[in-house]
Design a protein. Structure first.
Length: 336
């Protein structure tokens, strides 16, 4: 049986909204107000609107449900939404990763692909999670289960919003389930919305937007791009301070965790913002004025070893993300 739009709505996590369009189900992780900020270039001035396009990547989108179906079939339509072309849809059964519906848009002449797969789930009731890719925009064409099978939405104990740059977005996890954002979401039993955008810096206008989804936890992981791109320490200070003040105003009851950046290969240089460690120092200063903000210095959460990263020694690979997530989970749980 093919699941209806209404059934898909009930089992979707990580989406600010869901829409139907010509037989496709589209998932949006940003609100329309937030997308408009990027589209109108209020956050960036880019002729190709690259940052706006990244808002349509399905980072953090997942379908979660219990079912007694013995099989599952998935069909999706995939298009570019980041600077990466590889992608994967990961399917876990009772918490164990079983299948991946994966490919690479670089193999197609127009950068667009329809892909499908059918999978055995086994007997009895089981918990299913389908992690959608962070690197592309994946639109659902169909999700099929056995005729007459049950489908029960999953509820979580917490709500979470994750702001951040490319590392929160998912770069460079080969599978979405391996990104630190997914590992953190799973470990905290959270329903989470991923607002990560590759290349992003502190944007106070973004933090001034709010949504009906009120989180118990907010993580904010900017700083590494600010350190490399901004023109002065004063500009960084103003952006970071305004961001956290806006965020605290929108969500006064949420626990805000400011994640100072992880190590990167060129931390020894001094930029116009200053030394890399200044980012954590400034966040600590800001937290003195914001009661619901706590700073976590992540500089040592990933071993200072290029083998933990992609060749750019900036974006973690699977090993790096595992270390990052493990250390972050332990630290956040201290305050829950």
């Amino acid at each position: 049986m093919k699941l209806s739009f209404e059934q898909i709505q009930k089992i979707t996590k990580g989406a600010a909204r869901i829409e139907r369009d010509e037989g496709k189900i589209k998932f949006y992780r940003f609100t329309e107000e937030q997308e408009k900020l990027y589209f109108e270039d209020k956050l960036y001035s880019e002729p190709d609107k690259a940052f706006y396009k990244k808002t349509f990547a399905t980072a953090g989108i997942r379908l979660e449900f219990k079912t007694n179906s013995k099989t599952l079939s998935l069909k999706v339509d995939v298009s570019p939404a980041s600077s990466r072309t590889f992608f994967s849809h990961d399917i876990s059964v009772n918490g164990e990763m079983k299948y991946s519906l994966a490919s690479n848009l670089a193999s197609t002449p127009d950068g667009h692909m329809t892909i499908e797969g059918s999978y055995a789930l086994g007997d009895g009731e089981k918990l299913i999670c389908i992690y959608f890719p962070w690197s592309v925009a994946s639109e659902l064409l169909s999700l099929d289960l056995d005729n007459g099978s049950t489908i029960i939405p999953v509820e979580h104990s917490r709500r979470m919003i994750m702001f951040g740059d490319s590392i929160t977005h998912g770069y460079d996890a080969a599978k979405p389930s391996e990104a630190y954002s997914s590992l953190l979401t799973d470990a905290l039993d959270a329903e989470a919305r991923n607002k990560g955008i590759g290349g992003e810096i502190f944007q106070p206008e973004l933090a001034a937007t709010s949504e009906r989804f009120v989180p118990d936890i907010i993580t904010v992981a900017y700083g590494t791009n600010d350190w490399g791109r901004l023109t002065s320490k004063e500009e960084f200070d103003a952006r970071a301070e305004a961001f956290y003040k806006n965020l605290a105003k929108c969500y006064p009851e949420s626990k805000i965790f400011a994640l100072a950046p992880i190590w990167r290969g060129n931390v020894g240089i001094t930029t116009k913002v200053g030394k890399f460690e200044y980012i954590a120092e400034k966040l600590k200063d800001i937290s003195e004025e914001i009661l619901n903000m706590r700073v976590i210095n992540c500089i040592d959460f990933v071993p200072h070893n290029p083998e933990m990263f992609s060749p750019d020694v900036l974006h973690p690979n699977f090993l790096g993300f595992s270390h990052y997530a493990d250390n972050l989970i332990k630290e956040i749980k201290k305050y829950l």
